[in-house]
Write a protein that binds this ligand. Sequence first.
Ligand code: NAD
Length: 491
Amino acid sequence: MKRILNYIDGELVPPVGGAFLPNVEPATGTPYSEVPDSDGRDVELATSAAEAAFPSWSRTSAAERSRLLLRVADLIEAKREALARAESVDTGKPIRVARSLDIPRSAVNFRFFATAILHFHSESHATDHKAINYTLRRARGIAGLISPWNLPLYLLSWKIAPALAAGNTAVAKPSEITPMTAFLLSEICREAGLPRGVLNIVHGTGPKVGSAITAHPKISTISFTGGTRTGAEIAITCAPMFKKVALELGGKNPSIIFADAPLDEVVPTSVHASFDNQGQLCLSGSRIFVERSAFHPFVERFVKATRALKLGDPLEEETDHGALVSRAQIDKVATYLDQARSDGGRILCGGRTPQGLPERCREGFFVEPTIITGLPVDSRVNQEEIFGPVVTVTPFDTEDEVVTFANSTPYGLTGSLWTHNLPRAHRMAEKIHSGTLWINCWMLRDLRVPFGGMKNSGVGREGGVEALRFFTEPRNICVQFPIDQPAGGSK
Ligand code: NAD
């Protein structure tokens, strides 16, 4: 069975304690590789390597850092097929999605920040005629980068690329549930010639490896993407150590559809927003609100389009909907479906284990895409993040009412709004509490824009210049102008 190894000080090494955990293929429900069950000792080694590498890496020219990161991007692109297959096997997502979204975007992340750093600049402020203040931005040191399982290489590279581009060294931890492409990335970094210790990847669980990273006194910057509860634990650890922390957390995103929006566009996009990646996207629109006059036509067409999704083996080319990531995740979905039934919800489609799966997938973690109506807006299913292929559809009557519905959860990550009434779109955009609002689209990403959540969806922003600012320390240098010489003064 293939053994994943840690990447520390430029070498691929087993964990100090010698223990490994089984890594399960979600489509089959069986282990297919082993992942290091590392602990604080491995984090210590990784941190020492990152500390030793920092003086040289942070003084390496931006052009040279850029060259190396572009080489990583090139290698990801060259190995796209192998990486896509690995991501599909590890996560249960359709290979088509890994090939068209996860892996290309991972290469783009490296390319984007490798070039962004060449244009990164800081400010200066002239203080009347007395002084000039300039802002010196330098890398902060060692960054701790922790990522979740839903977009493994995509989200890990979204942190590694800006951290390294800005001159930091890093100790990164992918999810223990989906470690394979991070391991393949460590091989790529070796091939690209990344200097030893600049990037270290320690595999293992949150309680053993993640918490050792967040508590390490020499790791002064923490960038985390994952669940809100984990984010709160990390905040408790980091706050008294005065670490710089960015937390990208959960969501319960509203999709708001007004009757003037063309259903021909709204329905297919709503199917993507609801069920892409088996609904395991922090950006998924899991609460759909439809203006009452369009409610029935929308529901009818939405159910029909959802039923047309092809469920099956993620490695089959034509599969639209693969497996959920773990048994824990399908159990969680099942609990919420029971809750929906007992709260009086009507399951219009899905809600069961799909029939007719190929033989090799019989023990896999599959759930049909599920649409529910008739649930109160304040019910648990409408308030809590499920992170699976489950959406609710609820009618609304007025703008004010749907704004209240949209803002009623503790989350505020993204939202989408469908209307051709421009004044209304701008009016609503002001009122909806979300870090991102898409109008007449969904998941249209420009990597330059600030990305992050409001309320329990997180603190801080990733993306573009925000990420480079996060990974650098701004310092003010104030230089007084030479005092004017008095007229006729000494030479
Ligand atoms: P999770 O919080 O369980 O785990 C995320 C990572 O944190 C994993 O690597 C895990 O091992 C680690 N971890 C767990 N406990 C830790 C601890 N005490 N200290 C340090 N690290 C710890 O989340 P998950 O189940 O892997 O991912 C799903 C969640 O991620 C969902 O809530 C989803 O909304 C969120 N997410 C958010 C975004 C975003 O951009 N806001 C993007 C993707 C996923």
